[in-house]
Ligand binder design. Structure first.
Ligand code: NAP
Length: 473
């Protein structure tokens, strides 16, 4: 596939292979962008903004509604590309493609609700005879940098609201999964988006990233990815807006009065969705001692039923990790845990990029798989005795995206939801529940700002005050 620069789909002699992590087969190639391409993207995005800022709300919304219709009409094709280039099974990929339709549709709807307010200037002395209001204006060129794990919908979460608000965009998709992102942009152009409004630049972040991130023509960076890249970007960005959706190691509390079977089902799915490569994937399960043995037995039994392998088969539950190197990393973390006394209840074996769904207990609290984001198909079980202890444990690490609690006691749920330090608390769902239009984001190292269409639109626009001094009134 090609890059979209300055209104043209372009190729380059130097290419990057896009391969299927299941069997390493070549799916396609994308151009490896040069520093000249970076300059073209930046200068074309500035020109593109001159077009997008003059488009009416109706035009922007119609383009997004049409984009959603194109994706919906070609859902299986989008799902197949997601499943081929990434880790997801075809079942998981179909769900992502459907969510992308919702994300783009909600962006179109929210385009019509970018509102301002009148301002009561006369509410303090000195404001007499003044009337005014503020409205929200698009901020300009937005640099969208996206990760591999939801290669379509997380791109939609940036392009949808950016276009809805009237910004121009430079998109740099993850190098291992650029094809779903390019297909989304093709759909937008087919739906009527002026091609100058969006630049798609393919290339390695560590090669082309700094020139894009530090350029003053970029007015906002909307980044989703890991903490290390996030810290680097924040350091060199200069004075511009930054939105960051980063990682986590999500804790889930299972209280003694929880309905165990649905809790097990939800947590197993939440731990192993997308082979655990999920920013809200369940990593630390804090289970009340009174139900620990029953929960563990059922959780391990459900995990053992997982069928792993060929992503394109309907009955496969979990695919490979994104690369063999990533599976080797997880293997090392599990080996470290074993040496330090953790017990592997099931899983723990690797074949190429496939890593078995793995359940650990007795995990010491000073080792990597406890402290860091595993971003792989492993989950740690801990038993807890009281709620304060569980909340303290959940809050003990420098992440805070979503947390969850299973309980039938409203007082317990209420206390947990106020005291858990994070961007959202799910009650009787695992952390792996997200509605695309809810405010989504984290605290501490999990991020800055919020996504979720209406909330992204706030981040991607600025208020401008207009004040009339009317001495005659
Ligand atoms: P990553 O390695 O940080 O890469 C994310 C994106 O950043 C890729 O497009 C990457 O490009 C680019 N990048 C890397 N270094 C860069 C630099 N110096 N300058 C500019 N761009 C740079 O993350 P990943 O492995 O793709 O994704 C996994 C991470 O994303 C996890 O930590 C996960 O929790 C997080 N995530 C968070 C959310 C959320 O909403 N909070 C959602 C999904 C994922 P290349 O591909 O070319 O390296």
């Amino acid at each position: 596939m090609k890059m979209l620069l300055d209104g043209q789909w372009v190729d380059r002699d130097k290419k990057i292979d896009v391969t299927d992590p299941f069997d390493n087969s070549l799916i396609d190639t994308v151009p490896a962008a040069s520093s000249d391409d970076v300059e073209t993207a930046l200068s074309a995005a500035v020109k593109g903004f001159e077009i997008t800022k003059r488009m009416t709300v109706y035009e922007r919304a119609q383009i997004l509604f049409k984009t959603a219709a194109i994706i919906s009409d070609n859902l299986e094709e989008f799902a197949t590309v997601i499943a081929q280039e990434g880790s997801k099974t075809i079942t998981e990929a179909r769900k992502e493609a459907s969510r992308c339709v919702n994300t783009i549709t909600a962006s179109a709807e929210e385009a019509k609700r970018i509102l301002g307010e009148t301002i009561p200037f006369d509410s303090f002395p000195g404001g007499e005879k003044r009337r005014g209001y503020y409205y929200r204006f698009p901020i300009g060129v937005i640099l969208a940098i996206t990760p591999f794990n939801d290669p379509l919908n997380l791109v939609a979460h940036k392009l949808g609201p950016a276009i809805a608000a009237g910004n121009s965009v430079i998109l740099k998709p993850a190098t291992v999964t650029p094809l779903s992102a390019i297909k989304l942009v093709e759909a937008m152009v087919q739906a009527g988006l002026p091609p100058q409004a969006i630049q798609v630049i393919t290339g390695y972040g560590h090669e082309i990233g700094d020139a894009l991130v530090s350029d003053e023509r970029v007015r906002m960076i909307s980044f989703t990815g890991g903490v290390e890249a996030g810290k680097h970007i924040a350091k060199i960005a200069g004075i511009k807006k930054i939105g960051m959706e980063l990682g986590s190691n999500s804790p889930v509390i299972v209280w003694k009065d929880a309905d165990i079977d649905p809790a097990v089902e939800s947590c197993v799915s939440g731990a192993f969705w997308a082979a655990g490569q999920n920013c809200i994937g369940v990593q630390r399960l804090l289970v009340h001692r009174e139900i620990y043995d029953e929960f563990k037995k059922k959780f391990v039994a459900a995990t053992k039923k997982y069928k792993i392998g060929d992503k394109l088969k309907d009955d496969t539950n979990m695919g490979p990790m994104i690369t063999e190197a990533e599976a080797i990393r997880v293997e090392k973390w599990v080996e470290e845990a074993k040496h330090k006394g953790a017990k592997v209840l099931t899983g723990g074996k690797r074949q190429g990029a496939l890593y078995e769904p793995t359940v650990l207990e007795n995990v010491p609290k000073d080792i990597t798989i406890h402290c860091e984001e595993v971003f792989g198909p492993t989950v740690n079980l801990y038993s807890i005795d009281d709620l304060d202890e569980a909340i303290e444990e959940a809050n003990s690490l420098p992440y805070g995206l979503l947390t969850a609690i299973f309980t039938s006691n409203v007082d317990v749920a209420f206390k947990a939801s106020y005291e858990l330090d994070c961007g959202g608390v799910m009650i009787n769902d695992s952390t792996d529940y997200r509605l695309d239009s809810m405010p989504f984001g984290g605290v501490k190292y999990s991020g800055l700002g919020r996504e979720g269409l209406k909330f992204s639109l706030q981040e991607m626009t600025e208020p401008k005050v207009v004040c009339f001094y009317l001495p005659q009134i």
